[in-house]
Write a protein that binds this ligand. Structure first.
Ligand code: ATP
Ligand code: MG
Length: 562
């Protein structure tokens, strides 16, 4: 493909709103153009990458699932069946001229369950496994980082339908394997981690995370255990405290508001102090959490301990004052009429130092069960690097970009939407479901975030828009162009994609653009070198420069691409 026939316009400067390197490179390389916040045009270079990612995905998905294409515009009635019309805040809703309400599909559980319930009657019709690759729309409040958190984006979403939980777990395992094959083939450094099931329902879920410093997700890995930090478990390995309870003592702590202040003033390590936090659940019901002073709360773990739909939110200072009579830095659990959740890291302690529920005062020797009654003791603290995982190994921390997510859903949607089948005994049963997503456009950008240097992108070969970049330095020279076109044709016959830079530009500009666009192999074809029988090949990833006789270049390129 000749550059002059493409729609590639590179920019010297990235747009102001581009924070991530990958976003800057996508914009500078002319891969994408922003139309509105979170809404982009995928120009020809990006589309080439997307088609390649999709092709890798299709190949793996087709081993288990059937491709369909569902509508993007979805009627309100379907979403009301699952109650998600009002629950999902990212739905973009609108009315047609007949005053009927619709939304743009941000996900397709409702539509696909409707499809399956219409046709599937008996256990003989199951299992079924459907997928699509399609544009999604989610009305994200703060779209950012280019394609990473967009409003309109492309997703592969798959849905499994089985008779029993055991069969549903098999479908889940197939997807786990397929996802591993996909991300390996895409040439990405990734980890699969156990994640929180959120409020989609279901219990079993894993995320596929591309490792990158710019990732929004924190991951903790210990041996073969890998978690999203939101759910990373910690075991309490110590024994209960045998410290005898002492008499409660109030003491003045004027101006001491934080654990840090208290630790310095009392000359006690933070872990020997107790932090009292106040939160409220979705119904506004207050609750109290106790942690060691050195620990942080993990609200997702608390949500799971309390079996809530959503993580509880911190109460405002005013709300805390109303509840306890004191400001947040001077509160303790004693005398409160709210549920008290204690992190199990406190099990080894007694005689807590806590706030006195009176501004400017703290108390010593407050004991669980004597001075307050814990509602439950559990694992609610945030795990961090160096903490010991349940397998006895220490956690190591990584950052990741979530590119895929697999979920066992159970019967949440089939029950809500009455999707049933008749079993062998003629009894009606709910269909067991799973759902499985890959962010196709997010994967494109994640690949760049993981593979670039100071000069530009370094495409993994599998998804590079072009494999070979032919920089013709004197495009007006007929002989030179003929030679370049010959190589282009030979490579294209072998199934490789070639971009021939035929622009009338200075070599410096061509080289800079070539580095920016980042195709795996570049050939510099200049008149002087060509006539002297020596041209340069550059390997983008290693920056290695190889001098070649022009007639050897095809074989050399073929060797490098294999
Ligand atoms: P996140 O936690 O990042 O908001 P999610 O859990 O809401 O994502 P899923 O519903 O699991 O996302 O969607 C499946 C995949 O779609 C995600 O793993 C991600 O790769 C992609 N995705 C989700 N939201 C966006 C978005 N706003 N922009 C681009 N890709 C997205
Ligand atoms: Mg997710």
């Amino acid at each position: 493909m000749k550059w002059s026939k493409t729609f590639i316009f590179t920019l010297r400067e990235a747009p102001n709103d581009a924070e991530l390197v990958s976003h800057k490179l996508l914009a500078r390389g002319g891969f994408i153009r922003k139309i509105a916040p979170g809404i982009f045009v995928y120009q020809d270079l990006a589309l080439r990458v997307l088609r390649k990612i999709e092709s890798v995905i299709r190949k793996e998905m087709n081993r288990y699932a059937t491709e369909i294409l569902m509508p993007m515009v979805q009627p309100k009635e379907l979403w009301e069946e699952t109650n998600r019309w009002s629950e999902v805040s990212e739905l973009l809703k609108f009315k047609n001229r007949a005053d009927q309400m619709f939304c743009l599909g941000g996900t397709h559980e409702e539509v696909v369950t409707d499809v399956v319930r219409s046709d599937v009657r008996s256990y003989r019709d199951l299992p079924k496994f459907l997928y699509q690759i399609q544009t999604k729309y989610r009305d994200e409040i703060r779209p950012r980082y280019g394609l990473m958190r967009a409003r309109e984006f492309i997703m592969k979403d798959a849905y499994s339908f089985d008779t029993t939980q055991e069969e549903a777990f098999k479908s889940y395992d197939h997807m786990f394997e397929a996802y591993n094959n996909i991300f390996k083939k895409l040439g990405l450094d990734y980890r699969s981690v156990t994640a929180d099931a959120g409020n989609i329902g279901g219990t079993k879920t894993q995320e596929f995370q591309v490792l990158a410093e710019a990732g929004e997700d924190q991951l903790l890995v210990a041996g073969d255990l890998a978690y999203n930090v939101e759910i990373a478990p910690l075991d309490y390995k110590g024994s209960a405290s045998d410290e005898a309870p002492k008499a409660v003592e109030e003491f003045a702590t004027p101006g001491l508001k934080t654990i840090e202040d208290l630790s310095v003033s009392l000359n006690l390590p933070k872990e020997n102090l107790v932090k009292t936090l106040f939160l409220k659940d979705d119904d506004g019901k207050p609750l109290c959490v106790l942690l060691r002073g050195s620990d942080e709360l993990n609200a997702v773990k608390l949500k799971n301990l309390m079996k809530l739909a959503n993580p509880p939110q911190m109460m405002s200072d005013d709300e805390v004052r109303q509840l306890t009579g004191a400001s947040p830095g001077s509160c303790g659990p004693q005398g409160l009429k709210v549920a008290i959740y204690m992190d199990h890291h406190l099990k080894g302690m007694n005689n807590f130092v806590v706030g006195a529920n009176k501004d400017g005062f703290h108390m010593k020797n407050v004991c669980p069960n004597r001075d307050f009654k814990p509602t439950a003791i559990g694992d609610v603290r945030l795990a961090k690097e160096g903490d010991v995982a349940p397998n006895g190994e220490k956690y190591k921390a990584y950052k990741g970009i979530e590119v895929g997510h697999i979920f066992y859903l159970g019967t949440k949607y089939s029950e809500a939407m009455k999707a049933s089948y008749l079993d062998k005994n003629g009894r009606s049963q709910w269909i067991e479901m799973g759902c499985y997503g890959i962010g196709v456009t997010r994967t494109l950008q994640a690949a760049i975030e993981q593979n670039h240097d100071e000069n530009g992108i370094i495409w993994p070969q599998e998804i590079a828009p072009y494999h070979v970049h032919l920089c013709v330095l004197d495009p007006k020279d007929e002989g030179l162009m003929k030679f370049a076109e010959g190589i282009e044709m030979q490579l294209e016959e072998k199934g490789y994609d070639v971009l021939l830079d035929d622009r009338d530009e200075r070599p410096g500009i061509k080289f800079k653009d070539a580095d920016l666009l980042g195709f795996p192999i570049r050939l510099n074809i200049g008149k002087k070198g060509f006539e002297a029988g020596e041209i340069d090949l550059v390997v983008r990833k290693t920056k290695e420069q190889i001098k070649l006789r022009p007639q050897d270049s095809f074989d050399k390129i073929m060797g490098l691409l294999k």
